[in-house]
Design a protein around this ligand. Structure first.
Ligand code: PGA
Length: 254
């Protein structure tokens, strides 16, 4: 991961109206300036599609970046309801969350995630690829296999170049929104496994391009359990990103 030391991504899901998203973006931006959050900590806000243009305006001339929560891999065509990654880039997005477990639960497959990763890199967006096991997969002892498979499928055939960045977010599905995060040690071990899977798929090339982050019930009191781990470069934050003071406190504690 280049250019910054840490990345904290706010996933606002479908929780806010356009007005609320605008207001939250403005307050986070102002608080981040007031608290002098270093530009070395990259803050990314991911509102829903409709709020993207308004939030983009709000973040203009700031160090904060805009991200989408998904996107479609084709550039143009008869794809009713889809929003192309190309247009997301034109709307000011620099990042895109792909393969979030809530999208996988609605039918997103490893194949479409792979196509989206390729489209994201083609259009100059940084993909934040989510991987993680369900509670049942964990109980059955399949956590490692599932995650390695997700990493491999998301990245196979992807032409990474030196200037590209790829973020993989380890999000244990059963932890998301539960209020109970896993331990920093477990997240760190899993991050190491994800990095190894990445190295395997890339056949040892472009290892500097990867940053692994953790997501799942991250809050201001536990963020440093993860970010103090050398191989975890930040967090993907849902619930705790919906209140400006909480989110900025989380960033300060990271
Ligand atoms: P959470 O969500 O922080 O509310 O657990 C994280 C996510 O879904 O990315």
């Amino acid at each position: 991961m280049k250019n910054f030391e840490q990345i904290i991504v706010a996933n606002w899901k479908m929780q806010l109206s356009i007005e609320e998203a605008k207001k939250l973006a403005r307050t986070i931006k102002n608080l981040a300036t007031e608290k002098k959050i270093s530009a070395k900590k990259k803050i990314v806000l991911c509102p829903d599609f409709l709020s993207l243009p308004e939030v983009a305006k709000m973040l203009k001339d700031s160090d904060l970046s805009l991200g989408a929560q998904d996107g479609f891999y084709e550039d143009i065509g008869a794809f009713t309801s889809q929003v192309s990654i190309r247009e997301l880039k034109a709307s000011g997005c620099e990042y895109i969350i792909l393969g979030h477990s809530e999208r996988r639960a609605l039918g997103e497959t490893n194949l479409t995630i792979n196509l989206k990763v390729k489209a994201a890199l083609k259009h100059g967006l940084i993909p934040i690829i989510c991987v993680g096991e369900t509670f049942t997969e964990r109980q059955e002892g399949n956590k490692g296999t599932i995650i390695m498979h997700q990493v491999f499928e998301a990245l196979q055939g992807v032409e990474v170049e030196n200037h590209h960045q790829i973020i993989i977010a380890y999000e244990p599905v059963w932890v998301i929104g539960s209020g109970q995060a896993i331990s920093g040690e477990e997240a760190s071990q899993t991050a190491a496994m994800i990095r190894q899977s990445y190295v395997d798929v890339m056949e040892g090339r472009h290892t500097d391009s990867l940053g692994v982050i953790y997501g799942g019930s991250v809050d201001p009191s536990n963020i440093n359990h993860f970010t103090k781990m050398a191989n975890i470069r930040g967090a993907l934050v849902g619930g705790a990103s919906l209140k400006a003071t909480t989110f900025v406190e989380l960033i300060q504690n990271s």
